[in-house]
Design a protein around this ligand. Sequence first.
Ligand SMILES: [Zn+2]
Ligand SMILES: [Zn+2]
Length: 289
Amino acid sequence: MNIKIWGCRGSIPAPSTAGLVTNRYGGNTTCVSVRIGGQLAILDAGTGLRNLGLDLHGQLPVKASFFFSHVHWDHIQGFPFFLPNFDARSSFNLYGRCDPKLKNFSGSTVASALMLQQQSLNFPVALERMGAQLNFFKAEAGAAIELPGADGTLLVTAGELNHPGSCLGYRIEHRTPKGSRVFVFATDTEHEAGPNANLQKLAKGADLLFYDAQYAPAEYSQFVGWGHSTWEHGLRECAAAGVKHMLLTHHDPLRDDWALAAMETDARTAGRKQGVEIEAAREGMEIVL
Ligand SMILES: [Zn+2]
Ligand SMILES: [Zn+2]
């Protein structure tokens, strides 16, 4: 499976400026694509989604499945600017958490948040007028969604993470007759006293963990309860789940390239002592599992 990072900045886009250089790791908010032959899965629709849409524009019509961790702004703001949404031949299945209090679209929080985001005061084109067919589905902790492709199947399982207002992580397994590879998407989660049982279930034996490390370990005490974690705790989750490769994400919008590179070096040095390869995610980075 091919994994590509389109955005890995946390909270709000952080475009590079003279005072805060972010070119190396990128300023767009969360969006990751996972591709196998005949299937495209898109994890979150932060502003990074816009560039994925530009990339797909020459390949219309597009069929893909979106998996939303949650609907905080930094995970949905790219959606109105995703060009394939304006192509009537394209179609998308959108998975996310449901809330029985919401009346429309079977309680899909994703449908509600995207519709609100595109109310006329906020954006000129309503969600239902974009053109592409949008089908909303529930992603439930523990239930696997199967996406059969030309070279195996993507099996996507959700699990609840630890974030204000709730957030889902996803285990994405590419199963082929030759074996399987596993990518785990776990952003917007705060660590607990010990390894997080739900995350452990998702990450057990995974080949790659994409993990929220917004805060440097020394800063974390100022942000307890904000719903984000550190590389140190990510490393602890890796050790407990037998994961050997971790990508740090949800980079703090105030952390420039130099500060992030220094944090990456600290993490990498500590990781190597435990046999875990750690890198900070960078916009444009591609990984083949
Ligand atoms: Zn976020
Ligand atoms: Zn969030």
